[in-house]
Design a protein. Structure first.
Lengths: 342, 342
DNA sequence: TTGTAGGCGTTATCAG
DNA sequence: CTGATAACGCCTACAA
């Protein structure tokens, strides 16, 4: 049915070995013969069977990608970055998502073994144990935003703590003393780091941590919306709300607007990620810029390098720097009408 | 290095045939033997080499997915839908993006041949000719949002014309007579269909088409922003702006807000797609709902069915229905003379 | 119920 | 420079 190398060889009047040599530039072939073979190959629309090839070369030229639930702009960007890097080096992407839960993660991991040369795993919900036990021993892997303490696998992550710290410090510098945080959810690595940055910045600014002003969300707009409503219902609401990502910040903006609060006149709002649309929100969102596509790109490049057997960089754990992006959604707190503390 | 079926056989003291039978449930094996084999398989963490297997079964259990440039929420949703359906049926997704241009499309298509059992192709920028010439003859394919006139391949698309028509009719019913359209760009299939719906609805509402009120964008927030600025500069600006997708509508909102226009008091704004965050915009965006993830899901299911050799549905071309979602961003046009005094 | 052996499409190793 | 031919890991008749 499908044309094989034999068909090409027969048609061109040569042996399969010669055809193979032409197609892979792996050996000397005379000009005219090579030319004829190329012609026949094109005419027959022949494409080598990658499975058969990988059988002998032990390479699939494919990277496995394991992601959590896909949502929003974030993953489009991430995948875009990985794809760009992969294509440039002749690799394909075998994608599998929705593996926040453990059993699905294990299944997906197993299913990939054998069809990929390496794996990129993003699994902000799983603990080191589960990761270790399921990561393939035989192929290299790069982790994204994972809770990996040691250096057994290279990990790429966002500098969440510093990013959140910078943001909260910025808010404090604007004069805010009641700064709320809507976190991305317990058990999520990025979310917890961002919260750590928040807490640390409060302390560094000499502000007291207030449980009333910390709410757990789940990185969705809906959870940000609900969180803001809850915060507004507090006896003394916050003057600034720092959301764990832009999606939740959007939900926060929505709730504030609905409640008749002006941003930033009444309440300041800040996000994290700085997705492309952040600057087009009303008002434009102050956020922490994360180079998402670059993270994807780096992960792929790093994996490909380690597949190729390149020397492993000394520092396996790499943190991507963030950048504070100040826009109109944050300003000074409103003049205190009630008591001012401390 | 990697463990093979032979290792398992040796370790379990049986032949490779028996191991194979156990792993594929393809033949009678005695209980105790099967049990031992399963144990050894697990202990050795053996996973069959998919390439070798596909060599003989002629199946890869992989779907190839060719997408244009990834952006925004749209593609996260789409991929999520495809992945969900694929996983449920034991298929993997081999993803490749950024193929708006012809040569890249051809390369990507060729690279996939041989590693997939079927292909999902989304290529709103390419013409039928190019598509035909590059679509694989040997594996089934499903097209998304493609300009395919005949029925050679099944096509799934959004009912863009009806969606746009409904929206514009809605705006006209609110009293708008100067309705602008920011289109998604010439050469993009979805964009052109939406524009057709816009034009048709104008006519049906007895409104005259006005070139001054039609601007070409490219589905990005930035282009929506620029378009709105241009529209505001018109001698007589529109009272409603219908953007070809939500991203551009976001840009429009941003520009209007910056120009001090109130939405919907001064100008109404509508989008298309109804991405998850549309309801959380300020103001919440009136849009045309498109079941994006369902489209991905259906595409995958349909492809898998045709791989399995299921009977092909009579109507190969399937249009997904859209739904008007009315929110606060659209209202009646301002009174003719009494322009807002703010 | 189990084992043996042939072959799937490639590439790599030899001879020529 | 070119052509046989032996792997690669697996599945599947066919034989036992």
């Amino acid at each position: 049915m499908a044309t094989t190398i034999k068909d090409v060889a027969r048609e061109a009047g040569v042996s399969v070995a010669t055809v193979s040599r032409v197609l892979n530039n792996s050996g000397p072939v005379s000009k005219p013969v090579a030319e004829r073979i190329r012609q026949v190959t094109a005419a027959l629309r022949y494409v080598p069977h990658s499975g058969a090839r990988s059988l002998i070369t032990a390479r699939t030229n494919t990277l496995g990608v394991l992601l959590p639930d896909l949502y929003g702009e974030f993953f489009s960007e991430l995948i875009r970055g990985m794809d760009r890097a992969s294509q440039a080096r002749g690799y394909h992407l075998l994608l599998s998502s929705a593996h926040s839960a453990r059993p699905e993660f294990e299944t997906a991991m197993r299913a990939m073994r054998g069809r990929v040369d390496g794996m990129i795993v993003m699994s902000p919900h799983l603990d080191s144990r589960t990761l270790y036990e399921n990561l393939p021993g035989n192929v290299p892997a790069v982790l994204l935003s994972c809770a990996m303490r040691d250096e057994r696998y290279p990990v790429l992550s966002i500098d969440n703590v510093a990013g959140a710290h910078t943001m909260v410090t910025h808010l404090a510098a604007l004069g805010h003393r009641r700064i709320a945080h809507v976190s991305g959810g317990r058990g999520n690595h990025d979310a917890e780091e961002r919260q750590r940055g928040f807490v640390k910045a409060l302390r560094d600014a000499g502000l007291k941590r207030n449980p009333q002003l910390e709410i757990e969300g789940d990185f969705t707009e809906a959870s940000g919306y609900a969180a803001a409503q809850a915060l507004l219902a507090r006896p003394v609401p916050p003057t600034a709300i720092f959301a764990g990502n832009d999606a939740m910040a959007i939900g926060v903006l929505s709730a504030l607007n609905e409640a008749g609060k002006r941003v930033p006149a009444d309440v300041s709002v800040a996000g994290f990620d700085d997705v492309p649309l952040a600057r087009y929100l009303t008002p434009p969102l102050t956020s922490v810029h994360v180079p998402i596509d670059e993270m994807g790109e780096r992960a792929a490049n790093r994996l490909i390098a380690s597949i190729a057997g390149d020397a492993i960089p000394r520092r396996r754990h790499e943190r991507l720097a963030t950048r504070l992006v100040v826009r109109a959604s944050c300003g000074h707190p409103p003049k205190q009408k009630g008591r001012s503390r401390s």
